[in-house]
Design a binder for this molecule. Structure first.
Ligand code: UD1
Ligand code: CA
Length: 467
């Protein structure tokens, strides 16, 4: 079977970060998860070599086996040492695919083609290579006079001639199980400037033993960016964004600004949906057909049905029914569940609430921990008061109710069908079906008040002047 070893324990010092390199994100998805996904082949098992990130990987990557590489001044270091930690899981007749953990743009098809070549050629080891205009930082592929693969030399260890070689080691290798086991015990850290155990030395050892070692050249170098610092991180993200957004457009999504739209791979978007602006669509999100999503909208882990319009709003872990419109500047917090034809206008926040068909909240409202029926009018500035300082409570508003502007609905309370709340009321008791509820002091008009006040002020001023 195929055993995939992903090397993810490295310190990644060039990232200058407190976070493990392979856990940095491209389009909101971790570098490591791209590689785990791309190398998830038929009849294969994936082993990740983790370092300080081991517990996190174990917790979040359930389909892989994690082996720990201890990191510190007293432990050996290097890609060769990292691979050796997985040897107890390797059988002699396995094909071992070794991948650096920092090459997220690799495609599954490319890995499959590479392994097919390795098997067909009956190699002891195959190295995946490509040509780069600027090969700085990469291991170079040294070939002999006849053009056959000879060895890999690291950038730091390369001679003056070797440094000019443009063919580079991507960090992807296929080994026959037995050959890997036999060679890895023979590498040592004395022949390189960093005193590390290099996986690349295995290849030369096999070569010296007259085993068949070959380089497989891939033309599409954009798949193989190794990420070592934050500049390379954004550069890789740019390439990936282009690739991902192109695929959505080919599936019928309209993108007016593809270079600034962020869609996390895995998101589903229906055809004829228009996306425009600095939109981010993340996590496990599904979006229907014919939607318009624009501005600086961010949608996470949500389900949006067809014909929905969202303008400059934030939507998290929520559901939106068809023909509903949201924004500008509204916020659906987790568990907002909007039915069809709902209108959520400017500056409205909805959280853990159901909002029924055709209900409208046009401006400046907070709907929290409540269940709203159909065709309700939520006036401007209405607040569902859900928190008493200790506990949260729910309110219910039934179909056809009218909630006047600037009202407070203090939970737990129930407004029955077509209940009518006068503007400015603070509702703490249930409202009966069809009843008008006014809760505010009666308006008094005091005639002549202003004239009287003016006179009084004048008297005060005079007595001050007399003093
Ligand atoms: C490595 C290759 C180089 C190749 C380049 C491609 C070696 C010796 N060199 O160099 O030829 O051109 O990748 O990007 O292999 N890691 C561990 N444990 C360790 C050291 C590293 O798990 O002890 C992991 C890292 O997390 C990383 C990967 O191995 O995912 C590669 O390590 P890195 O330090 O980036 O290797 P390079 O110096 O780039
Ligand atoms: Ca690297």
């Amino acid at each position: 079977m195929i055993k995939t070893i992903i090397l993810a324990a490295g310190e990644g010092t060039r990232m200058k970060s407190n976070k493990s390199k392979v856990l940095h994100k491209l389009l909101n998805k971790e570098i490591l998860s791209y590689i785990v996904d791309a190398s998830n082949l038929e009849d294969s098992q994936t082993i990740v070599i983790g370092g300080k990130n081991k517990a996190y990987i174990e917790e979040n990557y359930k389909n892989v086996i994690v082996k720990e590489q201890k990191i510190g001044p007293n432990y050996p270091y290097g890609t060769g040492y990292a691979v050796s930690l997985a040897l107890d899981l390797i059988n002699d007749d396995d094909i071992v695919l070794v991948l650096n953990g920092d090459i997220p743009l690799i495609k599954k098809e490319s890995i499959e083609r590479f392994l097919t070549y390795h098997k067909k050629e009956n190699n002891a080891c195959t190295v995946l290579t490509t040509f780069l205009k600027d090969p700085k930082g990469y291991g170079r592929i040294v070939r002999d006079k006849n053009g056959f693969f000879y060895k890999i030399v690291e950038d730091k260890d390369a001679s003056k001639e070797e440094i000019n070689i443009k063919e580079i080691n991507i960090g992807i290798y296929a080994f026959n199980g037995l050959d890997l086991k036999e060679s890895i015990g023979l590498i040592n850290d004395s022949n390189n400037s960093q005193h590390e155990l290099y996986i690349t030395d295995c290849i030369q050892i096999l070569k010296n033993k007259d085993k068949k070692v070959n380089a497989y050249i891939s033309e599409d170098y954009t798949e193989f960016y190794g990420i070592n610092n934050k500049y390379e991180l954004q550069r890789a993200e740019k390439i990936l964004r282009r690739r991902v957004n192109k695929a959505y457009m080919e599936e019928g999504v309209i993108m007016e600004t593809p270079e600034i739209i962020t869609i996390e791979p895995g998101v589903k978007i229906g055809k004829d949906t228009i996306i425009s602006g600095y939109v981010k669509i993340l996590g496990k999100t599904e979006i229907g057909e014919n939607c318009i999503i624009e501005g600086s909208t961010r949608i996470e882990d949500s389900k949006i049905s067809d014909n929905v319009k969202i303008d400059n709003s934030i939507i998290e872990k929520s559901k939106v029914g068809k023909n509903t419109d949201i924004g500008p500047f509204s916020h659906l917090r987790p568990k907002a569940d909007l039915d069809e034809n709902v209108h959520i206008g400017n500056f409205v926040e909805v959280k853990n609430s159901f909002v029924g068909k055709k209900t409208k909240a046009g401006h400046l409202a907070y709907i929290g921990d409540s269940d709203l029926g159909e065709a309700i009018n939520v006036g401007c500035g209405v607040i569902f008061v859900n928190y008493d300082g200790k506990f949260k409570h729910r309110s219910v508003v039934e179909d056809g109710a009218f909630i006047g502007s600037n009202s407070n609905i203090v939970a737990p309370v129930r407004i029955y069908k077509e209940g009518y709340i006068a503007a400015g009321s603070t509702i703490t008791k249930d409202v009966d079906t069809g009843a008008l509820s006014i809760e505010r002091a009666e308006q008094k008009n005091i005639l002549g008040y202003v004239e009287k006040k003016k006179k009084k002020d004048l008297e005060i001023q005079r007595s001050k002047d007399d003093k």
